[in-house]
Design a protein around this ligand. Structure first.
Ligand code: CA
Length: 229
């Protein structure tokens, strides 16, 4: 399935990494995993995840250092980081947050608790994935009912157009390249010609226009891609 949030797990102990990956996948998220800090930094640059679960104690490059580097770069600063640590002292908690970590979970933790923290972070970066309603101008996207309305009228969309609109509505104003839309809507491992994106954006526009709303909400950005609003 394409379009689900991508979670990066950074944990050097294979057994813990496997358990985490299993549980996070079971929640319906996509997972990639790294066993070392430097490996994680490379992965984040190649395939930016929607949230990172980062172990504090890692060999070579520590979790704190990974977090510091991620938060020091404009490209990766906004990716939420949840730090995991066996250290429970308050001073370490403060240190963890000072590095820019968005949340902090102490081991041993319950999987349910970690998943709740994940959802909290995803509510900010991927609101549609946690079952919220999204609105933009006269468009309402109801994730629970899987329906779209424009100016109060239901819009009939195919599954690809629905995922496309979801991506646009999660980040109004963001300019998406065709490649970024392919990754998000079609999936990272699937080869689809980038002109396919144009075809589906065309269909989405047509469907939205048929609902008699206010004009065309999707903007073509020459040489860059598409944006909502
Ligand atoms: Ca560790």
């Amino acid at each position: 399935m394409a379009g689900e949030p991508l979670v990066l797990i950074v944990e050097d102990e294979p057994a813990q990494r496997e358990v985490l990956a299993y549980n996070i996948r079971a929640e319906g998220y996509a997972v990639m995993a790294a066993g070392a800090g430097d490996e994680a930094l490379v992965m984040v640059r190649e395939t930016p995840p929607d949230v990172i679960v980062l172990d504090w104690m890692l060999p070579n490059v520590s979790g704190i250092e990974v977090c510091r580097q991620l938060k020091a770069s404009d490209e990766t600063r906004k990716i939420p980081v949840i730090m995991l640590s066996a250290r429970s002292e308050e001073v370490d908690r403060v240190r963890g947050l000072e590095t820019g970590a968005d949340d902090y979970v102490v081991k041993p933790y319950s999987v349910a608790e970690l998943l709740a923290r994940l959802r909290t972070q995803l509510r900010r970066t991927r609101p549609a994935s946690v079952g919220e309603h999204l609105t933009f101008e006269d468009i309402l996207l109801d994730m629970e009912e899987h329906r779209v309305y424009r100016a109060g009228q239901q819009v009939s969309l195919g599954p690809t157009e629905f995922r496309l609109l979801t991506a646009f509505m999660e980040r109004p104003g963001r300019v998406w390249s065709r490649e970024q839309l392919l990754d998000r809507v079609w999936g990272r491992d699937i080869y689809v010609d980038s002109r396919t994106v144009d075809v589906h954006v065309g269909r989405l526009r047509k469907a939205l226009k048929a609902a008699h709303g206010e004009g065309d909400p999707i903007r073509t950005v020459r040489g860059a891609g598409y944006a909502l609003g």
